[in-house]
Design a protein around this ligand. Structure first.
Ligand SMILES: [Zn+2]
Length: 257
């Protein structure tokens, strides 16, 4: 964990979230349009990916998944890496998806994640988390190593019990696309996120605001409000933001070393 970093690209760069060095694994979550280009732009190597995670079948979350799978498998020449995603992304569900071609499913290890279903990436446990969103099979992801946990809500509206899927997260990443109490279906506003942060009480909270139509005008100001109201250090993600995750590792670990 000593050298684990998360890099987020977003706003008009809907490249998603990349986590490097988590228990030695590099993981790209929700590679939307531009994910490949931004990977290079921010000095990361797509060939070094171990897993691609896709939360749901909306284009801003999956459109670059296939090219990243090609990079991960060295141009589909090797059985390498893992692909995890919602049922809609991988198998298709009603009018949603599938988002990945059979060809691209043929090389990586493929897992469909439903809420509370866990798949393993070596020693990392990756659990699907429940959402309430336009794609009914959409999931978030909770990634857990022996001394660290990062949780990503993906697109969801706030609902009672949402926190249960993200309990114990050291770092909580959420899609929050509306300020104050401006609720819309399928998404969280700042007020919802304050409730969630209070319930989960992570060490660090990150608001992402993917999606081009409903950008927050003052995401930084909204993050400060969350920080004031919860006491949890909270930031609004920006393009190329890089976070050293090892700052948030559970202290317990040192007790046993
Ligand atoms: Zn969505």
């Amino acid at each position: 964990m000593a050298d684990a970093f998360a890099t987020i690209t977003q706003r008009r760069m809907t490249g998603g979230l990349r986590i490097d060095g988590l228990d030695g694994k590099n993981i790209h979550i929700d590679p939307g349009p531009g994910a490949l280009v931004r990977t290079y732009q921010f000095g990361l190597n797509p060939l070094k990916l171990d897993a691609v995670l896709v939360s749901h079948s909306h284009t801003d979350h999956y459109s670059d998944a296939e090219v990243l799978i090609e990079a991960m498998t060295r141009g589909m020449t090797r059985r390498k890496g893992s692909l995890m995603g919602s049922k809609s992304v991988i198998e298709g569900y009603k009018q949603f998806g599938p988002c990945i071609s059979k060809y691209h499913l043929s090389k990586p290890d493929v897992s469909v994640l439903n809420p509370d279903k866990t798949a393993k990436l070596d020693n990392i446990k990756i659990k699907g988390t429940k959402t309430v969103h336009g794609d009914p099979t959409a999931v978030g992801f909770n990634l857990k190593t022996k001394d660290f946990s990062i949780s990503y809500t993906s697109d969801t509206e706030y609902f009672e019990g949402l926190y249960k899927y993200h309990e114990g997260a050291d770092v909580l990443v959420a899609s929050v696309i509306r300020p104050k109490n401006e609720r819309i279906r399928g998404h969280m506003c700042t007020e919802d996120f304050i409730t969630l942060v209070n319930e989960v009480s992570p060490k660090f909270a990150i608001m992402t605001h993917l999606g081009m139509k409903m950008l927050m005008n003052d995401a930084k100001g909204e993050a400060n409000i969350v920080k004031e109201k919860t006491g949890v250090n909270t930031v609004a993600a920006f393009d190329g933001m890089k976070i050293n995750l090892s700052n948030f590792v559970s202290r317990q670990k040192t007790l046993y070393e």
